[in-house]
Design a protein around this ligand. Sequence first.
Ligand code: ZN
Length: 270
Amino acid sequence: MNSPSARPWVLAETPYQYLKDNAYQLAVLPMGATEPHNLHLPYGTDWYEGTLIGETLCEHAWTQGARPVLLPTMPYGTETNLSRFPLAMNLNPSTLQLVLADLVESVERSGIRKMIILNSHGGNDFKPVLRELATRTKVHLFLCSWYTCLSDIYFEIFTNKEDHAGELETSFMLRYYPHLVAKNSDGSLAADSGATRPFRFEALQKSWVSITRPWHLLTQNSGSGNPHEASPEKGERLMEVLKTRLVPFIVQLCQADIDETFPFQDVELR
Ligand SMILES: [Zn+2]
């Protein structure tokens, strides 16, 4: 029997019969968030980003012979920084760790031994749970916060620094979900300037010391970073960079044997 799914790399669209007949090599799990994004982007922005980026990367890897499976995007993340904003739907870091650990266990029981956590939300902290799982699971875990993949060329595409709902996220939404971007009658974005309150201490300004930032004091309307120079073209360039950098990785990871030195090169150290 043939699968009716046109996109067998998207688990949510794929029937069990396909899984009985075919094996996946890698699971990709996008992790999103539900939170305000300045005044112009939807609460689900991180979910839309993770889902579409995951679909695009897996599709292109699939056409090159790789067999990744994209799991449904987690819609909730850690929102303790935005807790004063309505319906910023929080999972505490300890809860999020338990959720991820359970999902990794499901992947492990299914016989898949490689998994990418495709993170869309800066408030999500996965390194602690990855460190814990390293001794507990046979699944090799790879963490990719996609927005960090272009930091070396960020300013070749964008003018203003991105933090939250700024030029990068707005460009993405203008390109792929323009009907969800709020605009004024003159066509400008219905957004504030994305200005933020500076720290009063030099050590914090220079990141010698860090805090978890209370977003209601940092921002006017949750936006951090100027979104007004965003464009659909910049959103498309962002996706192109992600494809160029991450599709080859997914293909290589799918093909790689899990041998003694995986994921390192099998070289002799002397
Ligand atoms: Zn976001």
